[in-house]
Design a protein around this ligand. Structure first.
Ligand code: TA6
Length: 286
């Protein structure tokens, strides 16, 4: 296992290389995994060439941790989109080489006066990333306060694809979804998900593994999950890409988000002293 430390913009970058893969992450900025490439393979995660790497801004790409709310804050639009965890200053707790040769990285974030201003609860959040032939990210919420609290959350994963108009996503067939770009209407998925315009959908009540088939890269990316009742699929397409300063106008063609979430009605309540975990496992089909 090789561990390198570098800087990207204002942020400390950790690069882990072992017998199975290379992974780049920003442990102290949102515990943000930015790149993951199994040995000899193209990066599975997508990262915008226009992303910011500044302490107070989210990184565009990789796996942003959206917590303790998904999307806009339900009552106060001045609060950060997708919660504060992805732009908070986390602690790098441990880097460990496992007997399997995989590498485990553990990072944590605890409640603070700053977080209390945004969200009135005490908590400890732990992210454990295991880097091997597959990438696993497990996010655990610990309620360290004396009142129950409710969260929505996402491992908001951006995937690298050759051409979004040529991919298809299996696993969500016949599932109901909220179409956030069509007045939040509830619809039913007919066949695999394909892309010829903006897509922003919350698939409800699904524990299914999703498989992204990318014929032009001659690969399939499998996204399985635990502790997650909903899956979000997103591609901003042309107009929305043009409105995002940290997203190149043409970059929508090379990415898709398949997000492991508990969003909208799938909010989770964590009792005092209790914990809740959500995890995603990313693998190339062999
Ligand atoms: O997960 C899809 C989504 O909620 C989209 O609506 C879009 O806003 C995206 O997340 C990115 O959000 P961000 O705050 O990172 O620009």
């Amino acid at each position: 296992m090789e561990v390198k430390h570098a800087m990207e913009g204002e942020l400390k970058l950790l690069i882990i290389e072992n017998d199975f893969a290379k992974c780049a992450l920003f442990p102290e900025h949102g515990a943000h995994v930015a790149e993951f490439a199994p040995t000899g393979k193209e990066n599975i995660l997508w990262l915008s060439e226009s992303s910011c790497f500044e302490g107070d801004k989210p990184i565009r790409g990789g796996i942003p941790i959206c917590w303790p709310w998904f999307g806009a804050h339900p009552a106060d639009s001045d609060k950060p989109s997708h919660g504060f965890a992805r732009i908070a200053k986390w602690t790098l707790d441990e880097i460990e080489e496992l007997d399997s040769g995989d590498t485990s990285v553990v990072m944590s974030l605890s409640g603070s006066p700053a977080s209390l201003e945004l969200w009135p609860h005490q908590f400890k959040l732990t992210s454990r990333v295991v880097i091997g032939e597959t990438l696993t990210l497990e996010l655990t919420t610990h309620n360290t306060g004396d009142e129950p609290f409710e969260i929505t959350e996402a491992l908001h994963t951006y995937f690298n694809v050759a051409d979004v108009t040529k991919i298809s996503i299996a696993g969500l067939e016949k599932k109901n979804y909220i179409d956030t770009i069509d007045d939040n209407k509830t619809k039913t998925q007919n066949g695999p998900v394909t892309f010829n315009s903006e897509v922003d959908r919350v698939y409800c009540d699904t524990q299914a593994e999703c498989v992204i088939s990318d014929p032009n890269m001659n690969r399939e990316i499998r996204v399985s999950k635990k502790g997650s009742a909903s899956t979000v699929v997103w591609n901003p397409w042309i107009a929305k890409s043009a409105r995002m300063a940290d997203f190149g106008d043409e970059e929508y063609k090379g990415m898709v988000c398949v997000e492991t979430t508990n969003a909208l009605n799938d909010a989770r309540t964590v009792a005092p002293g209790a914990s809740h975990s959500i995890s995603a496992k990313i693998a190339l089909s062999t």
